[in-house]
Design a protein around this ligand. Structure first.
Ligand SMILES: Nc1ncnc2c1ncn2[C@@H]1O[C@H](COP(=O)(O)OP(=O)(O)OP(=O)(O)O)[C@@H](O)[C@H]1O
Ligand SMILES: [Mg+2]
Length: 396
């Protein structure tokens, strides 16, 4: 085990209120059995390609969000040679320390535990550890599909309000049922037989869909000004970033009854299309989030550097919003992106996170990193799924 020494008083005092102290990976991706202790607010994981840098961050992301943005199948996360994997973490929170455990199985279902007690519902693990991840894949926020942006926003809302994970699940369930019904009666004359059954699903879609859209709107409303402020700070230009929510069902007032009413009206209007296509075309599964710089869609106009700046501004906004809402600063996971930023942007990022947000940074090389904070960071190397403390680094 690395860094066996208990946390010194110095470190405890300097450490952010919530931080990840220990992580133990067992048969997770290319890690067979790896324990590690985080001893500083910033940890740099240095390694060549394909050694396990992203895998490590993925394990943390999985504990925080119960999802990996690289794979939706647990079998991909389990070491090839075996059929189960464990991730265990010790998380210091403001007033307590929590042990979070996750076991993945193939075949079989994953299970989660908190303080060694199995959790009845997996979703109950949400909110224990919060994390914001920034990797090159996040550039899909600008370049990718509306689905990429919805997934990003949903992940953020879940971290702010874990109950949203249930809301989203319920909505998805209703959507599947309604789609199945529409598919069975595709192309039939309106009213679709049996009309009462469809009306029932319409009401459900309106009820659950309105919960989803109202929460998404509220979060974006809080995130947008933060992202805008970070963006002008980092770019140093009078450019203005706007994040606009374009719900598939437009609504005015944040009132459950009125929003549901808007859903029902929209369903009425689109009934012919839904019957013809045999699928649900009304609802938040068709929402869009528009990212514009100076009112021009960033997707079509922004240069690579501008796109990176934009995503960085959004990530910083997420970090601060999660802290403001939950009262605990989330972890920042930077997967191979810091060295890609120019020095000015690196410095903005580092000034923004200081020691307030525990940060894990992966990189293939240290060249181009600011020397002062490189020294203050815990440095680890990874090779073929084994983490070590390099000889030249200060002792852990
Ligand atoms: N389920 C698995 N079992 C065993 N090994 C795996 C599994 N999944 C991935 N790997 C291995 O993990 C390695 C990739 O690890 P990772 O993505 O963390 O690399 P990285 O260090 O981030 O590299 P890069 O610098 O290219 O991003 C590959 O060698 C891959 O074969
Ligand atoms: Mg990687």
């Amino acid at each position: 085990m690395l860094g066996n020494a208990p946390f010194g008083f110095e470190l405890r005092r300097r450490s952010p209120p919530m931080y990840l102290q220990h992580l133990h990976l067992h048969n997770f991706r290319n890690y067979r059995d790896q324990a590690l202790t985080f001893t500083a607010p910033k940890t740099i994981i240095l390694g060549n390609n394909a050694q396990g840098k992203s895998n490590l961050l993925e394990a943390i992301e999985l504990l925080a969000t119960l999802k990996s943005h690289r794979s939706s199948r647990d079998r991909d996360l389990i070491h090839h040679s075996t059929d189960s994997s464990q991730i265990n973490a010790t998380i210091a929170q403001r007033y307590s320390t929590v042990e979070l455990g996750c076991t993945l199985r193939h075949p079989g279902r994953r299970t989660l535990s908190r303080n060694h007690e199995p959790l009845k519902r997996q979703l109950d693990a949400l909110g224990t550890l919060n994390a914001v991840q920034f990797s090159s894949l996040d550039l899909d926020l600008v370049r990718g599909t509306p689905d990429d942006r919805r997934r990003w926003l949903d992940n953020l809302v879940v971290q702010l309000e874990p109950v949203y994970a249930h809301i989203l699940q319920e909505y998805t369930h209703v959507l599947r049922q309604r789609n199945a019904l529409l598919r069975r009666h595709r192309g039939e004359a309106i009213p679709v037989a049996p009309p009462q059954q469809l009306a029932l699903w319409d009401a459900q879609l309106a009820a659950h869909g309105s919960r989803v859209t109202r929460r998404r709107a509220r979060v974006l409303q809080r995130l947008a000004p933060l992202a805008q402020a970070w963006h002008s700070e980092i770019s140093g230009q009078p450019e203005s970033l706007t994040l606009t929510y374009s719900p598939n069902v437009p609504w005015q007032e944040d009132d459950p009854h009125q929003v549901q009413q808007a859903f029902l009206e929209r369903i009425q209007q689109r009934q012919a299309v839904e019957v013809q296509r045999g699928t649900t075309v009304v609802g938040p599964h068709r929402d869009e989030i528009e990212l514009c710089i100076n009112d021009i869609p960033a997707r079509t106009y922004a240069s690579q550097g501008q796109q990176r700046t934009l995503v960085l501004a959004i990530k910083l906004a997420e970090l601060h919003l999660i802290e403001a809402v939950t009262g605990e600063p989330p972890l920042l996971l930077l997967d191979d992106v810091l060295a890609e930023l120019d020095l000015q942007r690196q410095n903005h990022l580092l000034a923004a996170i200081q020691d307030r947000f525990q940060t894990v940074i992966t990189t293939t090389h240290l060249a181009g990193f600011d020397a002062a904070w490189q020294q203050s960071a815990q440095q680890l190397t990874v090779e073929s799924g084994k983490i070590a403390s390099p000889a030249h680094a200060p002792p852990l």
